[in-house]
Design a protein around this ligand. Structure first.
Ligand SMILES: *[C@@H]1O[C@H](CO)[C@@H](O)[C@H](O)[C@H]1NC(C)=O
Ligand SMILES: *[C@@H]1O[C@H](CO)[C@@H](O)[C@H](O)[C@H]1NC(C)=O
Ligand SMILES: *[C@@H]1O[C@H](CO)[C@@H](O)[C@H](O)[C@H]1NC(C)=O
Length: 279
């Protein structure tokens, strides 16, 4: 090598220097891309599923085929109604319930806001359909209609997902329903589904999601440790409420991904929870 000129060595040094600069530049670009992709794919960067202990689920929106179950229950109890009347009945009832989302109820009015809402709206619907005399408030049929909200079929895949999650996590319901309705609704599940905590809207909560008291009771159940709880919502509205309150939450509703603060996931199929939680 002794016959090579010093210029050649200088050239080599400059070449190595430039190569390193450009590789540094490329590294920094790659790490920028990785950072971008991480924040794209993980809107809840501090979420670590290994620290989660309690997973709560919305009942009517996330787990159950609420509308179609209500329709078949109503059709069975009121066989004189045409199928379009059954559909209208169901839609008005569900809309009446939805119109109370986010509302607080004075305790002088009720200690079970869910029952109060579906009871008062049922009276109105029966009156509008001229059924009040056939189905008076104290009749067996009226009471059975009230119970239709606890007689719901699960969405496809729900039993499988909940059975798998039951083995690793404590599961709960976080629903606007009252405790009895929620407890009864769980009877549809086999014993492999262990939903052991029920967070309802009953007094002293006395409000519907997205009031903060609903989410606060879940956080209290894990002694205020936000790393231990995640709420699976059925709608953008509910997951947005949970994220705004400050707990981890995702939705079984792919349209939820465009909300801010963003949900931790926005799936269109509940079975995507199996890989999300590695179960
Ligand atoms: C990663 O991020 C880059 C830049 O933001 C983007 O072009 C690319 O499609 C992303 N890749 C994936 C797999 O999301
Ligand atoms: C996630 O939590 C587990 C259990 O606490 C811990 O061992 C692990 O290091 C955590 N992972 C990250 C990326 O922080
Ligand atoms: C159900 O889950 C709770 C809380 O995780 C647990 O204490 C209980 O033993 C479980 N029950 C069954 C039958 O597995």
């Amino acid at each position: 090598m002794s016959h090579m000129s010093p210029c050649f060595y200088i050239f080599i040094l400059i070449f190595i220097f430039c190569a390193q600069c450009s590789s540094l530049y490329i590294d920094s670009q790659i790490s920028k891309i990785n950072r971008n992709n991480l924040s794209d794919s993980s809107p809840c960067p501090s979420l670590n599923v290994s620290t989660i202990r309690l997973i709560t689920f919305d009942l009517f929106g996330a787990l159950m085929l609420t509308k179609s179950s209500l329709q078949s229950n109503i059709a069975e109890l009121l066989p004189s109604l045409s199928s379009s009347d059954v559909e209208r009945f169901t839609n008005i009832w569900v809309e009446a319930y939805v119109s109370y989302f986010g509302k607080s109820f004075p305790r002088s009015q009720t200690h079970q806001p869910f029952l109060w809402v579906i009871h008062s709206s049922l009276l109105q619907i029966l009156e509008s359909l001229k059924l009040s005399t056939i189905v008076p408030e104290d009749s067996f049929t009226f009471k059975s209609l009230m119970k239709t909200w606890s007689n719901l079929q699960p969405r496809p895949g729900v039993v499988k997902v909940l059975s798998k999650l039951s083995k690793k996590y404590q599961l709960g319901l976080l629903s606007n329903g009252d405790k009895d309705t929620l407890q009864t609704a769980l009877r549809i599940f086999p014993s492999s589904v262990n939903i052991s905590s029920i967070f309802s809207s009953d007094y002293p909560i006395n409000c519907f999601k997205t009031c903060s008291a609903m989410y606060a009771q879940v956080l209290e159940a894990v002694h205020g440790d936000k790393t231990q709880v995640l709420h699976v919502a059925g709608s953008t509205y509910d997951t947005h409420g949970a994220r705004t309150f400050g707990i981890f939450s995702g939705a079984i509703d792919s349209s939820a991904k465009n909300t801010n603060p963003s949900p931790c996931f926005a799936f269109d199929d509940i079975q995507q929870l199996i890989s999300f939680f590695n179960v």
